[in-house]
Design a protein around this ligand. Structure first.
Ligand SMILES: Nc1ncnc2c1ncn2[C@@H]1O[C@H](COP(=O)(O)OP(=O)(O)OP(=O)(O)O)[C@@H](O)[C@H]1O
Length: 688
C-alpha cells in the first residue's frame, strides 16, 4: 500500500453500487446491501478475504445496480429480457434473439422494443464505468440477515476519493481499475503542518471554514458527548479534511454531499462546503430566536449517534438541528421548567425539581424513568405550595348558617363557633384537631361540610374506613413500581389550595397490616407541632400542612389508637330525641327529599304525627338516616302518582287507595298511621 507518493489504496477495487447515502472521506456510513452484485461482493470479497486489503472497497454513490433493477421489472419486461442474450465472450458484444416471430414486421418491432429496454438498463452501468468519482473505504462491520429478505448491512469508513479508469469485470461483482485522487497521509500529518499554515486564498478559505465550524459548535450543547468529541477533533484534524468531515456531520442533502465529493480540488471543496455550514448556523440562530428558550435550553443538539471509527474521526449521523420531532419535546420541557419556576414552591422543593428537570432533559423519552420523572414533576408543579383561599369569617353569619343547616346539636355547634371565633382573632391558630364522635347518621360529616362553607374554604373528604396500608397516607417511595403520593397530597392536588377543610372520615376504622400502621402515619399529619413539614414518601420534600383544617369523625373512641386520640379534641354527638328527629325531618329531611324527587310541598304534605309514627314504628336509630330513607320512599310513591297524571285535592286521612280525583293538583296528605303507611310503602316497592 505504500509507495513513494505516500499511502496508496489498491489500484484495483471491487465497487459497491449504492443509491442511498453518500460516503465522504473521513465519515462512516451504514449501507444496506441486497442487489445480487453487491451481495456477491460481500460474500466473496469481504467475508472470504483475510487481509486488510480485502476489506477496502470502492463505493460509487447514486448508482443502482442494473441487475437488481431487473428484479423489479414488470413480468412483460422480464419475459422480453429472457428472450435476449448479450454476450461478450471474445471481447466483442453480441446480441442474440432467442425466438421465432410470425412475420417480418412483428420481428422488427419486437427487436426495436428490446433494444430500447436494454439501452435504458445499461445506461447507468455505462455512466458508472466512465465518469463517476467514488470513495474508497474500509468495511469495518458486516452484518447479515435473512429477514425480510437476504441482505447485508455494511458499516464503511471513507478513506479517499478515486476515479474509475476502466472496468475490469462486471460479474459476479464489479471490479475496476481506479486512480486515487486524495492523499491518505493527511491524517498522519499534525494539524499545524497542514493547509492551515498555507498562505493565499486556500489558507484564507480554510481559516474561514474553521472559524465557522467553531461558531457552530459554540451554539451546540457541549454536554452532549459527540459534540464535545467533535470539538476536540476540530483542533486535532488536518484542515483539508474538514470540508468532508463537516459536510457529513451537518444536515445536508445527498445532492449537496455529492457536490462535495465531486469537488476534487481542495479549494473547490472548501468553497462548496462553506455555504452549507453557514446555512446551518443561520438556521440554528433562527431556531433559537423563535423558540425563545431559557439559556440552559438554548444549546441543544438532537438526534446524534456515535459509531466506532478506525481513523479517529468523529462519526456522523447528522445533527438534526432543525428536527421538527424534537421541537415538541423541547418546548414541553421548557414549559415544564417555566411551570416549576412559577409554582412558588419553597427553596428545597425547587432545588429538587430543577435537579429532576436536568435529568429529564438528558433522558431519552423511551426510558421508563422518563415517565416517572415527568409524572413527579407534573405533580410538583400542580401542588398548591402557596395558593390559598381567603377566609371570610363572620361569626354571626357562621352561627346562622350552622343553625340553618342543622337542628339541635347545640353543644357541638357552640364548640365549633368558639373554634371559629378564636380563628377569627388569631389567624395563625395551631390546632386543635376536632373529632366528632357519635352514632351513624347524626350529622357529623355534614357539620364538617358546613364548617368549610362558613369559612369559605374548599372541602375534601378522606374516607379512612378499611385503610390498612401506611403508604395510603404517606405515599410510596418513588423507587417502587406504580408508586403514588398519599391521600393527603392527592387531596391537596384535587382542591388546588393549601388551606382546605379535610374531613378524615371514620378515623376509628383504620386497620393495621404488614404494610404498616396508617394511624401512626396520621400522627404526623394531625400534630400541629409537626405538620408544617409533612413529608410524603413520594414527594420526598416537606409540604406545609399547618394551614389545613383537619376534622375527624368516628363512631366510637374505643378503637382509635390512644396516641392519635390524644392529638384530637373529642366532641360527642349523641343521638337525637324523638322530638328532635321530628323537627329535623320537617326542617331538613322532607324539603330535601321533595326537592330530590322533583315534588313541591303542595303535592306532598306529611303531618307531624305521621312523622312521629314513622320514627317510632319504622325506624330504630340514633341518627336520622333511616328516617330520611323512609321519607324518600313516600316521595317515590307520590312521584309515580304525579307522573301518571293523577289529580287529587287535599284529603284528610289518606291511603294511596283513598286518593280522590276532584280536580286541582294531586295533593297527598299522609295522615294515616301504622298499617296504612305500610300500605304506601308496599305500593312504593311495587311501583318503583
Ligand atoms: N341535626 C341535623 N340537622 C339536619 N340534618 C341532619 C342532622 N343530623 C343529620 N342530618 C342529616 O342526616 C344525614 C346523615 O348525616 P351524616 O352523613 O353527616 O351522618 P354521620 O354522622 O356523618 O354518619 P356516619 O357516622 O355514618 O358517617 C345527612 O343528610 C344530614 O344532612
Amino acid at each position: 500500500m505504500t509507495s513513494d507518493g505516500g499511502i496508496q489504496i489498491p489500484s484495483r477495487l471491487p465497487l459497491l453500487l449504492t443509491h442511498e447515502g453518500v460516503l465522504l472521506p473521513g465519515s462512516t456510513v451504514r449501507f444496506s446491501v441486497d442487489s445480487p452484485r453487491n451481495m456477491h461482493l460481500v460474500s466473496q470479497r469481504l467475508l472470504r478475504g483475510t487481509s486488510l486489503k480485502s476489506t477496502i472497497i470502492g463505493v460509487i454513490p447514486n448508482t443502482r445496480d442494473p441487475e437488481h433493477d431487473t428484479d423489479d421489472l414488470p413480468t412483460l419486461h422480464k419475459r422480453i429480457y429472457s428472450l435476449v442474450a448479450l454476450q461478450s465472450n471474445t471481447g466483442r458484444w453480441t446480441l442474440t434473439f432467442n425466438w421465432q416471430c410470425p412475420g417480418p414486421v412483428w420481428l422488427l418491432c419486437s427487436k426495436i422494443l428490446c433494444l430500447h429496454l436494454l439501452c435504458l438498463t445499461l445506461t447507468s452501468y455505462v455512466s458508472l464505468s466512465l465518469c463517476r468519482i467514488g470513495t474508497a473505504g474500509i468495511a469495518v462491520q458486516v452484518v447479515g440477515s435473512n429477514w425480510p429478505k437476504p441482505h447485508y448491512t455494511l458499516l464503511i469508513t471513507g478513506l479517499c476519493r478515486f476515479s474509475v479508469s476502466s472496468l475490469l469485470k462486471e460479474r459476479p461483482f464489479v471490479l475496476a481499475e481506479v486512480e486515487q485522487l486524495d492523499k491518505l497521509d493527511q491524517y498522519t500529518i499534525p494539524a499545524t503542518e497542514s493547509v492551515a499554515a498555507e498562505d493565499g486564498e486556500l489558507g484564507e478559505l480554510s481559516q474561514k471554514f474553521y472559524q465557522a465550524a467553531v461558531q457552530l459548535l459554540g451554539m451546540l450543547d457541549m454536554s452532549v458527548p459527540v459534540v464535545a468529541k467533535f470539538r476536540r477533533l476540530l483542533d486535532s484534524l488536518p484542515r483539508e479534511t474538514l470540508p468532508d468531515v463537516v459536510a457529513s456531520m451537518i444536515r445536508t442533502s445527498n445532492k449537496e454531499k455529492l457536490q462535495v465529493l465531486d469537488a476534487v480540488s481542495l479549494e473547490e471543496r472548501f468553497k462548496k462546503a462553506l455555504p452549507m455550514l453557514t446555512k446551518q448556523i443561520e438556521g440554528l440562530k433562527l431556531l433559537q430566536k423563535t423558540r425563545k428558550i431559557s439559556p440552559d435550553n438554548e444549546k441543544r443538539v438532537t438526534n446524534i449517534c456515535i459509531s466506532p471509527l478506525p481513523l479517529n474521526v468523529c462519526v456522523h449521523t447528522p445533527f438534526n438541528l432543525d428536527g421538527d420531532d424534537e421541537d415538541e419535546d423541547g418546548d414541553d420541557t421548557a414549559v415544564l421548567e417555566r411551570k416549576v419556576h412559577g409554582a412558588n414552591m419553597p427553596e428545597a422543593a425547587l432545588r429538587v425539581c430543577l435537579k429532576e428537570l436536568k435529568r429529564l432533559k438528558k433522558m431519552p423519552q423511551s426510558m421508563p424513568e422518563y415517565a416517572l420523572t415527568r409524572n413527579y414533576l407534573d405533580l410538583m408543579v400542580e401542588l398548591p405550595w402557596s395558593k390559598s383561599t381567603k377566609d371570610c369569617l363572620d361569626i354571626r353569619a357562621a352561627r346562622t348558617l350552622l343553625d340553618n343547616d342543622h337542628y339541635a346539636m347545640d353543644k357541638l355547634k357552640r364548640r365549633v363557633l368558639e373554634y371559629l371565633a378564636v380563628r377569627q382573632l388569631k389567624t395563625t391558630l395551631k390546632g386543635p384537631i376536632l373529632c366528632f364522635v357519635g352514632p351513624p347518621g347524626v350529622g357529623k360529616t355534614s357539620v364538617g361540610r358546613s364548617i368549610a362553607r362558613t369559612l369559605g374554604r374548599e372541602f375534601h373528604r378522606i374516607a379512612l374506613g378499611g385503610v390498612c396500608d401506611q403508604s395510603d397516607i404517606r405515599g410510596h417511595r418513588r423507587t417502587y413500581v406504580g408508586s403514588m403520593p398519599g391521600r393527603i397530597i392527592n387531596g391537596l392536588k384535587t382542591v388546588g389550595v393549601n388551606n382546605p377543610v379535610f374531613l378524615l372520615d371514620e378515623v376509628d376504622k383504620l386497620g393495621k397490616s404488614l404494610q404498616g400502621d396508617p394511624a401512626a402515619a396520621l400522627l404526623e399529619v394531625l400534630d400541629p407541632e409537626q405538620n408544617h413539614s409533612f413529608t410524603d414518601h413520594y414527594l420526598n420534600v416537606a409540604f406545609d400542612l399547618s394551614q389545613v383544617l383537619f376534622i375527624a369523625t368516628a363512631n366510637t373512641t374505643a378503637t382509635i389508637p390512644p396516641a392519635l386520640l390524644d392529638r384530637m379534641e373529642v366532641l360527642q354527638v349523641p343521638g337525637y330525641t324523638q322530638e328532635e328527629k321530628v323537627e329535623i325531618a320537617h326542617r331538613h329531611l322532607i324539603p330535601n327529599q321533595l326537592e330530590q324527587h322533583g315534588l313541591t310541598p303542595q303535592q306532598l304534605h306529611i303531618p307531624q304525627d305521621t312523622t312521629q309514627d314513622i320514627i317510632s314504628r319504622y325506624t330504630r336509630e340514633a341518627g336520622v338516616r333511616s328516617l330520611e330513607r323512609k321519607i324518600g320512599a313516600i316521595c317515590r310513591a307520590v312521584a309515580v302518582k304525579v307522573a301518571e297524571g293523577h289529580r287529587a285535592t287535599k284529603t284528610e286521612a289518606l291511603t294511596p287507595e283513598s286518593q280522590t280525583q276532584q280536580g286541582g293538583e294531586l295533593s297527598v296528605c299522609v295522615s294515616v298511621i301504622g298499617p296504612k303507611v305500610q300500605t304506601i310503602q308496599r305500593n312504593v316497592f311495587m311501583l318503583v
